[in-house]
Design a protein around this ligand. Structure first.
Ligand code: GDP
Length: 445
């Protein structure tokens, strides 16, 4: 399943370490895995295909970062494209209420999708967060229970509902709601249309008619995330008949992987505006593409790791150090630079913690090469003269004593550092070419 996408990619890309740039072949292989994983997460096939194409365009030729694996880098690209696909433009997730009051919002969707609950949730949110005066009206003329339900929810939430008048058609109720709102100074009118268990012509015609007569500022389609591909088909059918301006995705508190969200965004062309995250009246979040992408990928914090690496690591310096290392010219200044880079990433412990499956080594790594320890080692090197850093061999007893005092450590700490430098320097020479990718990379992978 999706949890292992990062592991799969890890496997595919392990072989690619040390290459300069991601080639088309490398990327193709990884993307086969991505496509399978997307389909497993309930993303429709054509959507998965077009998604993978986007990732490919972005990934091929991309320079390989030194401190993360190419696999991790592709995961990051997958994540970014996910966020963009789910996200749309700036302000896309807001309700568009720029109209003279009362502003109608039409709620459409299948029965059981959470339409009535979402109507009340959004109304409450508008009242609370935006200080809007909201009127709700149920247009479900066939199910008196649905009207009652909205009235009960309205009472719970402290949101007014239109008094129920028997015998009126849905369009008549909608008109009455708009008139009442105008007279009584409401800002927003939420119209909860009738649902059906499945789409039928009569329902669609009714929704269309209501849309035409009320001309809503927003037409929000409510979809149940747990129904996956069915919800995508529902979205397709509704979109044929009414111009959907936004999606409310409910039951995101359940354990659906949420891949359907991606399909919905593509199919409706409308942004997902809200996420239903529970039965309670305040269990509604503004849709967050970042969080959703994380959920779809389900893979620890590789994304954060790559972002950090890209931000913090000074590529040029690393490049230079790598060249010198390969030639066996690695000195204490280079070592100090490596420490700085690792510390910027939060120390070995933090790096381990971000890697899938490595969490258990986090503590051990933290003790040996945590931020504090790194800072200490750096301090020792900084207390040396330039000459000593370039040529550590000249470190005699009195020099060591001076350096220890300067760094606030014991002489044996200085000895330890010099010893590990020696070991590392020998290793670097041995590895020759292998030293290219920088120490952070060697240790971090
Ligand atoms: P409608 O027929 O589309 O109006 O659906 P309802 O609003 O009556 O919701 C059907 C059921 O789903 C109710 O029991 C709601 O409490 C529940 N529900 C609605 N939204 C969510 C949600 O986001 N999470 C969870 N767990 N339950 C929800």
């Amino acid at each position: 399943m999706f949890d292992t996408l990062s592991e799969r990619l890890g496997g595919v890309f392990d072989r690619l370490r040390g290459r300069g740039a991601l080639t088309e072949e490398d990327v193709n292989e990884a993307l086969r895995e991505v496509r399978v994983a997307l389909i497993e997460a309930d993303v429709a096939l054509p959507v998965a295909r077009s998604f993978v194409k986007k990732v490919k365009e972005r990934a091929v030729g991309r320079e390989v970062l030194k401190s993360v694996t190419p696999g991790q880098q592709v995961v990051k690209i997958v994540h970014d494209v996910l966020v963009e696909t789910l996200g749309g433009g700036e302000g896309d997730h807001e309700l568009n209420l720029n109209r003279p009051a009362p502003v109608p919002i039409l709620m459409v969707g299948l029965q059981g999708s959470g339409k009535t609950t979402s109507t009340a949730k959004i109304a409450l949110r508008l009242q609370k967060a935006e200080k809007k005066k909201v009127l709700m009206a149920s247009l479900d003329t066939r199910r008196p229970a649905a009207m009652e339900q909205l009235a009960v929810l309205g009472e719970q939430a402290g949101v007014k509902t239109l008094p129920i008048v028997k015998g009126q058609s849905a369009v008549q109720i909608a008109k009455r709601a708009m008139e009442a709102a105008k007279l009584q100074g409401f800002d927003v009118v939420m119209l909860d249309t009738a649902g059906r268990l499945s789409i039928d012509e009569q329902l669609m015609a009714e929704v269309q008619e209501i849309h035409r007569t009320t001309d809503p500022a927003e037409t929000l389609l409510v979809l149940d995330a747990l129904t996956g591909q069915d919800a995508v088909q529902t979205a397709e059918r509704f979109k044929e008949r009414v111009p959907v301006t936004g999606v409310v995705l409910t039951r995101l508190d359940g354990d659906g992987r949420g891949g359907a969200a991606l399909s919905m965004r593509e199919v409706t062309g409308a942004p997902i505006k809200f996420a239903g995250v529970g039965e309670k009246i305040d269990a509604l979040d503004v849709f967050d593409p970042e969080r959703m992408a994380g959920r779809i990928l389900g893979m620890g914090d590789i994304v954060g790791l790559v972002e950090k690496a890209a931000q913090e690591i000074d590529q040029e310096k690393a490049e230079k150090a790598a060249k010198r290392m390969a030639k066996g010219e690695f000195d204490l200044d280079d070592l100090a630079d490596q420490f700085v880079q690792m510390r910027k990433m939060g120390g070995m412990g933090a790096i381990m913690g971000m890697m899938p499956g490595m969490g258990k080594f986090k503590e051990a790594a933290e003790q040996g090469m945590g931020s504090k320890e790194l800072a200490r080692q750096e301090a020792i090197i900084r207390s040396m003269t330039k000459k000593e850093r370039k040529n550590p061999k000249i470190m005699n007893a009195s020099r060591k004593k001076r350096v220890a005092a300067g760094a606030g450590v014991q002489v044996h700490d200085v000895n330890r550092l010099l010893k590990s430098y020696q070991a590392m320097s020998t290793l670097m020479k041995k590895m020759g070419k292998g030293g290219k990718r920088g120490m952070a990379a060697q240790l971090g992978q």
